[in-house]
Design a protein around this ligand. Structure first.
Ligand SMILES: Nc1ncnc2c1ncn2[C@@H]1O[C@H](COP(=O)(O)OP(=O)(O)OP(=O)(O)O)[C@@H](O)[C@H]1O
Length: 293
């Protein structure tokens, strides 16, 4: 099956500022992909490269098997500031969408507008931030793209609207086979809907993979404080923290960890994301753990 998105040593610089560095990814089609990372990590830059609004400085990116081209009907994109035309009504937006997109799904658009309670005669400039986001999302989804790229789509939505919207996304992938990549800081939401996760930190991909695999291969180890630890082959230390008496590690390992000197616990997705984000910030002690050497 064609990948939804492939990046090979993808790098983007704005002048002297590096926004993405050597990113390598291969996201299979048909997934709802969560893209997380701290502010300034490069999430919007990756999404804009994927929809052809930006060109790479180095490396390669392909979406749905081809180089991204801005305005492709196969790719829908909703930017962070959810752009709408202030002087046009909600209904005008749908008419324009129908006019510009051969695969426009009028029934889906009208049903979503009614479901989220938007007045078709209201000017977009008079909508609230959350209502504007709903309108932009409706227009993007009704294009029936093969890949939908969403930059923080739920940030402006109230909790009920968020839940409805996320359920809608799952239906789009399940019924239409649409691939979705969405950035968000709301990991609990992502945990509910995403089956693939990318963590970007400081312009680089720290981890990417199937959510079930990530959950199965990450472990929290808690035990007596130690200054050096031999994690053994095939294990990677993601994060470490220490008190005077206790060491806590987050470790990635495909094989189960059976060591009575550690209490080994499962992690949820939020724990994993936070471990990669804070592990990258280098908040561990000065000691080098054997598994890292
Ligand atoms: N047009 C631009 N010109 C110069 N630098 C930019 C530009 N756009 C982004 N950057 C820089 O590139 C880096 C990555 O920015 P980007 O917007 O991709 O991050 P992000 O992960 O989406 O952040 P956030 O979560 O805050 O939206 C940041 O250091 C940012 O300052």
């Amino acid at each position: 099956m064609t990948s939804a998105l492939v990046a090979d040593s993808l790098t983007k610089r704005y002048g002297r500022r590096t926004a993405l560095k050597d990113c390598t990814l291969d996201i299979p089609a048909g997934h709802v992909v969560g893209l997380v990372g701290p502010n300034g990590a490069g999430k919007s830059t990756l999404l804009q490269l994927a929809c052809g609004l930006l060109d790479p400085t180095a490396g390669r990116i392909e979406v749905l098997g081809t180089r991204p081209v801005s305005g492709s009907p196969r790719v829908g994109f909703v930017a962070q500031d959810t752009p709408v035309y202030a002087g046009l009504t909600v209904a005008d937006h749908l008419r324009m969408g129908a006019h510009l997109n051969p695969s426009w799904d009028a029934a889906l658009a009208e049903q979503r507008i009614a479901q989220v309670g938007l007045d078709p005669n209201q000017k977009a400039g008079k909508l609230s931030g959350g209502q504007r986001a709903q309108l932009a999302l409706t227009v993007a989804a009704a294009k029936r793209p093969n890949l939908l790229l969403l930059d923080e789509p739920v940030a402006a939505l109230d909790p009920l609207a968020r839940r409805t919207f996320l359920q809608g996304l799952m239906e789009l992938t399940a019924e239409q086979g649409m691939s979705i990549v969405m950035s968000s800081h709301l990991v609990a939401d992502l945990e509910r809907v995403c089956d693939y996760l990318i963590v970007l930190v400081a312009s680089q991909v720290r981890v990417a993979g199937d959510v079930d695999d990530l959950l199965a291969t990450h472990h929290r180890l808690v035990g007596q404080r130690r200054d050096t630890v031999d994690l053994g082959a095939g294990r990677a230390l993601v994060e470490q923290s220490h008190t005077d008496v206790q060491s806590t590690l987050v470790v990635r390992s495909t094989a189960p960890i059976v060591d009575p000197s550690w209490q080994v616990d499962q992690l949820d997705l939020e724990d994993i994301v936070l471990a990669y984000m804070s592990g990258a910030a280098g908040n561990g002690p000065d000691r080098v753990l054997e598994g890292q050497r």
